[in-house]
Design a protein around this ligand. Structure first.
Ligand code: CP
Ligand code: NVA
Length: 308
């Protein structure tokens, strides 16, 4: 049987994202009207978590339930994965019992090896390298507020982490530009994330220069999960990288602010910006639900709307 995985943003084409967004809009509208839509009845999602989560767990679990299916939460702490069962064996077993699998873990290679041994679609719910589900939601959210993101400028301020890597991949697919400002020692590695060209990003040392005329300013925690030992060092290294009102004022007047959450007010973003009028962080979080419902529908049923 032919099926796809969703392990990184560049696994899907622009045409597939356009379709997903159309479905997400419809699914969101039906949900808001309390209209039942159960295309995945009798389908089961397994969610494997090796790291903490609020939004990812909730949006996948609630989303599967709302589509008529069931979701099972598996933590590596209390499965045999936590006692050394090979990822390949776990993938073979779990994928015989459920219809779709989401994994959040550390090394991206774990998700790849899992997918290679799975009989069903696998979704990356965050690795050290990528967070594709979040960027699908972020671009969907941008589009809701401002229309197409094509041709726009996104300022990425902070760590060259999983979110940054995924924005860079998305820029090539949606044809927009990322201004990347990271402190010395936290440079991006475009060749490690398979970027095709250098047209869709520009590197900056100064975050103030990176935000100039940006349509969207976005950041993330200075210390991602798995890097906790570096937290104190990172507080020093990123001290000039707080997105505050003064920094936001350099972007376009109607610029949006995004953060995947959880956020640390007073570190990577000031409370004034996070809770201010340009911030769309709560919509970003909610749209995880609607976009991932569209994603699960697509991975399990293919295109369900004629003419697409
Ligand atoms: N943004 C995000 O993925 O949040 P969680 O870590 O709460 O899932
Ligand atoms: N970059 C963060 C995102 C959390 C949703 C992390 O990996 O911890």
């Amino acid at each position: 049987m032919q099926f796809k995985h969703f392990l990184k943003f560049s696994d899907f084409s622009r045409e597939e994202y356009d379709y997903l967004f159309e479905r997400a809009r419809w699914i969101k509208q039906e949900f808001k009207q309390y209209r039942q839509y159960w295309p995945l009845s009798d389908r089961t999602l397994a969610m494997i978590f090796d790291k903490n989560s609020t939004r990812t767990r909730l949006s996948f679990e609630a989303g599967m339930h709302q589509l008529g299916g069931a979701a099972i939460y598996l933590s590596t702490r209390d499965t045999q994965l936590g006692r050394g069962e090979p990822v390949e064996d776990a993938a073979k077993v779990i994928s015989r019992m459920v219809d779709i699998i989401m994994i959040r873990t550390y090394e991206h290679d774990i998700v790849k090896r899992f997918a290679e041994n799975s009989r069903v679609p696998v979704i990356n719910g965050l690795t050290d390298k990528y967070h594709p589900c979040q960027i699908v939601s972020d671009i969907f959210t941008y589009t809701e507020y401002r229309g197409s993101i094509t041709g726009k400028t996104v300022a990425w301020i902070g760590d060259s982490n999983n979110m940054c890597n995924t924005w860079l991949q998305a820029a090539e697919i949606f044809d927009f530009k990322v201004h990347v400002a990271t402190p010395p020692g936290y440079d991006i590695y475009p060749e490690q994330i398979g970027l095709i060209d250098t047209k869709h990003y520009e590197k900056f040392i100064s975050p103030h220069k990176a935000v100039l005329d940006a349509d969207l300013v976005t950041t993330d925690v200075w210390t991602s999960m798995g890097f906790e030992e570096e937290a104190e060092q990172r507080k020093n290294d990123f001290a000039e990288f707080c997105v505050n009102a003064e920094m936001m004022s350099l972007a376009k007047k109607d610029a949006l602010f995004m953060h995947c959450l959880p956020a640390h007010r007073g570190e990577e973003v000031s409370a004034e910006v996070l809770d201010g009028p340009q911030s769309v962080v709560w919509d970003e979080a909610e749209n995880r639900l609607h976009t991932q419902k569209a994603l699960m529908e697509y991975l399990l049923l293919g295109k369900v709307v004629a003419g697409n």
